[in-house]
Design a protein around this ligand. Sequence first.
Ligand code: RP5
Length: 174
Amino acid sequence: MKKAGRPSRPVGPRVGVVMGSTSDWETMKHADELLTRFGVAHECRVMSAHRSPKLTAEWAASAEKRGLAVIIAAAGGAAHLAGVLASHTVLPVLGVPMESVSLKGLDSLLSTVQMPAGVPVGTLGIGKPGAVNAALLAVAILAVADPTLRAKLREFRADQEKAVRSQTLPQAGK
Ligand code: RP5
């Protein structure tokens, strides 16, 4: 007989890290590293709103029932990936604009951030800082219902504070 009580936590990945091209990995590996550091189960995938629209729609539509709680989506140029994923799921989608060659990521930023009202994408900064912060925000979202993760996030912030306090400038006063 089935035991009553709280539903068990899903065991698979909780965060999906999706990027439009393998060329985005150099930046998005920082999100992967951070999630690993926090012990957050996650999956990293390549899919494109333009080059693989069916895969993108299928993956986003099945994300919730596969146990994912947050999606991080990185793309560059005409960066529609985060928006398209968001249109197929009600899970929170965090967009990371990639630094593009021709416009230095301004194109990616604007096409990720300027969503029409009704389908939000929480957009982070361009490039590595955005990748790191998307992962931290995903951790913070999961931490709302996970005290252990919240404690780890507090420890991370405390370590940063400690590091800044111990910093000195080599040429100061000379
Ligand atoms: C976007 O186009 C990708 O997210 C990538 O940032 C950009 C360039 O892709 P590649 O031509 O390097 O595959 O879809």
